[in-house]
Design a protein around this ligand. Structure first.
Ligand code: HEM
Length: 316
């Protein structure tokens, strides 16, 4: 017998105190003894008998303590009832076989409650008597959820116009696009009232970035020092007759002439505030623009009253 069959056979044997086994062991012991006596003489036969008596005929005390008989090379010739999963002529002794192996059950047998195990991809090392339960069941919710999360499943279909309750427009069938084309297509445009931008096309070298680098490079105020500007002086600086254009924003006076070619709204728009306070106009068009930061290098001075200007000028 191969080792696996040995182990299986011993497990299925009845307890050693069973009447059936005892009878067979005794019968076997007698025949062995008589044969040995004839062959080897009295002395050797006595030793053999003692040995076999110890092994094959356990006392009542021993059988209580020891449920499994010892397997030793001294008793190999006993016909051990066993069955093999693969062979058809296996023992079906009702005393030794508590449950028939699955291969012996007919498909319609009431004992065959469990379905046959699915064919394993890798062969198991030891044969199992019970088929493993198939998990999850073919129609279980777990299997359903697994299959929906699979990447092989197509995505849920997009709602159609009719499914949303919107009637189809006759003669205006939407163009049929492939799924890839639909993914690349831009989102639908939401039309808003067109804003009338009055930005002008700036000449090359007069971009906002160009202005930023120029304004950072030098002072563009074109005055000798910080100036107190009176209203009459501001009026003169209107950008005509070769004069610079000054404008007031929040009480500060800026020379806007250098900035004019860089103004995104155009030179004309900017110069509307030349020689004046342009705060109101400025805030009407683009209150978000940070003029202080943009025009820092163009700062001329501050607005003062006519009397303050004269007096201060006299003091200087
Ligand atoms: C010195 C002060 C000013 C500075 C620093 C300045 C700066 C700017 C800037 C940066 C923009 C572009 C805004 C943007 O794209 O969002 C702009 C646009 C514009 N600015 Fe000025 N601006 C000044 C004065 C004025 C004044 C006094 C007016 C009108 C009287 C004006 C009229 C406009 C207009 C019409 C636009 C075009 C707006 C548009 O349609 O996008 N700006 N300005």
């Amino acid at each position: 017998h191969p080792p696996n069959t040995w182990r299986l056979s011993w497990m299925l044997l009845p307890p050693p105190d069973s009447k059936h086994l005892k009878e067979r062991l005794e019968e076997h012991g007698k025949t062995e003894k008589s044969q040995d006596e004839q062959r080897h003489g009295d002395e050797k036969a006595t030793i053999e008998q003692e040995k076999e008596d110890k092994i094959e005929a356990p006392t009542e005390e021993e059988s209580d303590d020891q449920k499994t008989p010892q397997a030793t090379p001294a008793a190999p010739s006993i016909a051990v009832p066993s069955f093999n999963l693969d062979s058809s002529n296996t023992s079906t002794d009702p005393e030794t076989t508590s449950m028939p192996p699955p291969s012996l059950l007919t498909p319609n047998s009431p004992q065959r409650a469990m379905p046959p195990p699915p064919k394993p991809t890798t062969k198991p090392s030891t044969p199992s008597l019970m088929p493993p339960p198939s998990f999850p069941a073919p129609n279980s919710a777990q299997r359903a959820s697994q299959s929906t999360s699979s990447s092989l499943m197509p995505p849920p279909s997009r709602p159609t116009r009719s499914s949303l309750g919107v009637p189809a427009i006759p003669g205006r069938a939407p163009p049929t696009l492939s799924p890839a084309a639909q993914a690349r297509a831009p989102p639908p445009r939401i039309d808003t009232p067109k804003s009338s931008s009055s930005k002008v096309k700036l000449a090359p070298g007069f971009s906002p970035l160009d202005w930023a680098s120029l304004a950072a490079s030098k002072n563009l105020a074109n005055v000798s020092s910080f100036t107190r500007v009176t209203p009459s002086l501001l009026k003169e600086k209107n950008g005509r007759k070769g004069n610079d254009a000054w404008s007031v924003y929040n009480g500060k006076v800026y020379n806007i002439t250098p900035y004019a070619p860089f103004h995104p709204g155009g030179k004309g728009e900017l110069l509307r505030a030349a020689g004046k306070d342009g705060t109101k106009l400025f805030l009407e068009v683009h209150p978000w623009v940070n003029w202080e930061g943009m025009l820092n290098s163009c700062l001329v001075g501050v607005m003062v009253s006519e009397s303050e200007g004269e007096g201060l000028d006299a003091m200087d």
